[in-house]
Design a protein around this ligand. Sequence first.
Ligand code: GRG
Length: 278
Amino acid sequence: MDFEKLLVQSLDGVTESRVKDAMLYSLTAGGKRIRPNLLFEVLRGYGVDESLGVPFAAAIEMIHTYSLIHDDLPAMDNDDLRRGRPTNHRQFDEATAILAGDGLLTEAFHIASSADVPPEQTVRAIHILSEMAGPDGMVYGQCLDMNEAKDSTYDDIRNVHKYKTGCLLSAPLMIGAVLSGKDEAETEQWHEVGDLLGLAFQIQDDILDITATPEQLGKSNSDERNEKITVVKLLGEEKARQEMKSLYEECRLRIKKFGGFEYDSLIRMINAIEARAK
Ligand code: GRG
């Protein structure tokens, strides 16, 4: 299955315009596709045909890309570089970048609602997607992040990461469980795995921001310029690394506990995420 091709094809029906060009510009800029692959790994582990997940994987990657476009805007982090290219508002203009984000967010739900799976699974998956992306999920996390207090504690920062980063990693895991016919309780356990993964992933992001160059990362380190409080600043690099390792370990332990789930491939993916250099 060629997900890259399917992702681009999922926008084939969208009217040609400057905003479509801007949507495709960021969508095809070479993201790591962690979220789509998490969804495919859950389906694989439960022995379900991965192609069933394509519309939802595309929708999640589109929502993730919209969040990066909006996060880079002058009113937010004001960044010039993303995925190794000029940010969307630098390449196009601010108004087009706002519309490109809006377009990706709304088109994501259009694509998800057209999935060829039982309607009750589609409704549950869309319910999860909107909750994880919206004002009870990632948007809430971004709001907390924008209004961060100067005396924030590690627990405060953990809460920001749970929503800002964890929710959009939980969504593909949970939707994978839904498409595999799993009940609410099991789906909720995948939510917890996503929370842990989000916390680990975000600490790693903070560590990479100070240990790798903007060229290696393909993005600028705006945390320093915007005087953001990071886990590395609060705990020191060594303790932050230990915390990250124990979160990834806890994540692996939880994954190995799911009944009827072939976990080897997903565990290999988690190991690869932990070893990432960008
Ligand atoms: C604007 C509603 C709104 C939300 C923005 C995504 C985000 C929330 C902020 C971006 C800054 C940031 C560090 C977010 C945490 C999530 C994260 C580490 C995103 C980067 O994800 P990767 O590494 O990116 O998967 P690629 O480019 O590989 O897809």
